[in-house]
Design a protein around this ligand. Structure first.
Ligand SMILES: [Zn+2]
Length: 243
């Protein structure tokens, strides 16, 4: 609430300055606003990815999609659409394996097969990885570095309310996102796997939550690789940047 008041005060001050300068108020620049990064994991899915893309397009929001390689291979048209609409695509393993349970060869295979599948569809291999369950290993992190990829991308997790995959309903998902919102925060959401079992009414959260974040003064960014770990986002090797 304090943040909202500050943003309104800032907008009023900016308008006053602009009126003093004798001109109309300039449209707010994205760079003036704190960025927040919506990320969608586990897709693409024929059930929900097109819906998410429709909402993002209608709202003028760019996001980051961490795709499961097996799903990308199965639904290449959705992968092409994600790319064509200006979103960032990252690697979320081939079949959502828990990396600490895999052999080194198995971990390499999860990363490589997914990069190959996404690269074959879009012409560009991802530079970002989000480990399933957020679980990395020293081997996988070294391997990513050796092939020029960024370390794992985690998410902002301070309040720790039930996420969208736990089916808290539309109001619950919106509360989770708004409570985790912070300048530069990476927000964990899903468009495949477990979330598909939630009631369809839950999906009304997306448009409303985007509007609520804008009302709080946020603009939307995408995740870019970083060589240093972000304390804000649980050690993510990535930052939210303007799309
Ligand atoms: Zn996942």
């Amino acid at each position: 609430m304090r943040r909202k008041i500050a943003v309104v005060a800032l907008a009023a001050a900016s308008l006053a300055l602009s009126l003093l300068a004798g001109g109309p108020a300039a449209p707010a620049q994205a760079a003036d606003k704190p960025l927040i990064g919506l990320t969608f994991d586990d897709g693409p899915s024929p059930e929900r990815t097109a819906f998410v893309l429709d909402v993002l397009k209608e709202k003028g929001v760019k996001a980051t999609f961490f795709l499961q390689g097996s799903h990308a291979q199965q639904y290449p048209d959705l992968v092409r659409r994600i790319k064509a609409e200006g979103h960032v695509i990252g690697n979320h393993s081939w079949d959502h394996a828990n990396f600490p349970d895999l052999t080194q060869a198995g971990q390499k295979q999860e990363i490589d097969a997914t990069n190959t599948a996404i690269g074959a569809i879009t012409g560009t291999a991802p530079t970002l990885v989000r480990f399933p369950f957020g679980n990395s290993t020293p081997y996988a992190l070294n391997y990513l570095r050796s092939i020029g990829m960024s370390g794992g991308i985690q998410w902002h997790w301070e309040v720790g309310e039930p996420g969208d995959f736990e089916c808290p309903g539309a109001a619950g998902v919106q509360k989770y996102v708004l409570d985790e919102a912070a300048p530069g925060a990476i927000i964990l959401l899903h468009d495949g796997n477990d979330v598909l079992a939630c009631p369809a009414t839950q999906w009304t959260y997306l448009a409303k939550t985007i509007d609520a974040l804008r009302a709080m003064g946020y603009d939307f960014g995408v995740v870019a690789p970083s060589t240093t770990a972000s304390a804000l986002n649980e050690g993510s090797y990535g930052v939210v940047v303007a799309p």
